[in-house]
Design a protein around this ligand. Sequence first.
Ligand SMILES: Nc1ncnc2c1ncn2[C@@H]1O[C@H](COP(=O)(O)OP(=O)(O)OP(=O)(O)O)[C@@H](O)[C@H]1O
Ligand SMILES: [Mg+2]
Length: 242
Amino acid sequence: MAMVIEARGLSKHYGETVAVDSLDLEVPAGALYGLLGPNGSGKSTTIRMLTGQTPASAGTATVLGVDAAADPVGVRRLVGIIPEQETPPSFLTAAEYLRFAGAVRGLDGIEEAAAWWFEFLDFGDKKDVLCKDLSRGTRQKLMFAQAFLHSPRLALIDEPLVNFDPIVQHDVKEFLVDYVRRGNTIFLSTHILEVAEEVCTGFAILHRGRLLATGTPDELREAGRHLPDVFLELVRQDRNHV
Ligand SMILES: Nc1ncnc2c1ncn2[C@@H]1O[C@H](COP(=O)(O)OP(=O)(O)OP(=O)(O)O)[C@@H](O)[C@H]1O
Ligand SMILES: [Mg+2]
C-alpha cells in the first residue's frame, strides 16, 4: 500500500528536552489518522517536522514522496497545514486572507473556492471583516478553510476543531470523513478522543515523545474497548513506569 507519510527514527531535541524521540510512523493513502497524546507529548513538534516547518534533530520523514528535510518548501507546496495556535493576519479581511492563501497556492478559481468555504462555514457578513475583529472560532474557521482551499492530497492539521461550536464541529467532522473517502489523506492531532474514535481510521498515541501504541478504532471496537479509556490507561501506566 502506498504510504503518504513515512517517518523513521524521527527525533527533535530542544536543548535537554527530547520533544520527539525516535518516532517510526507510516500513514497510508486515504487514512484519517489521529495523533493523540497529553500536553507536551510531541504532537505539534511531529507535525512541524513532517511539514518542514522545523528541522528534525535525527531521523527521516518522507511526505508524499518528498524528503521533508531536503525539500521542506516542496512538502509545503503539496500539503495543507493548520499550524498550532496560528491566526490569520490581523490586517487582512477574511476574504482577502483566503484570496492571499489561494494566490500563494497558485489556485485557479480562488473566488469560487472561497465562496464555497464562506458558505460552508456560515460566515455571513463576516467575510469582509478584518481578521483581528473576528471571534476566535471564526478565525479558526479561516485557518481551516485556508488548509483545504486548494484541495491538497494530504492535510496535516493541528487541533483543527478547537474553538468550534457544536454545529461547526459536526459539519467539519463530516467534511473530514468525506474528504478521505475521496482518496485524500488527513493527519490530525486532537485531544477530543471521542471524535478521534468516531472518525479516525487509525491512530497513534504519543507520550513523552515516544509512541505508546498504534491501532484502529475498529480493532478497539472488536475488543469492546473505548479509545478514551485505552488512552488514559496507557498514559497512566507509562507515567508510573518512570
Ligand atoms: N520551540 C520550542 N523550544 C523549546 N521547546 C519546545 C519548543 N516547542 C516544543 N517544545 C517542547 O517540546 C515538547 C513537545 O511539545 P509539543 O508542542 O510538540 O507538544 P504537544 O503534544 O503538541 O502538546 P499540546 O497538546 O499541549 O499541544 C514540550 O516539552 C515542549 O515544551
Ligand atoms: Mg500541540
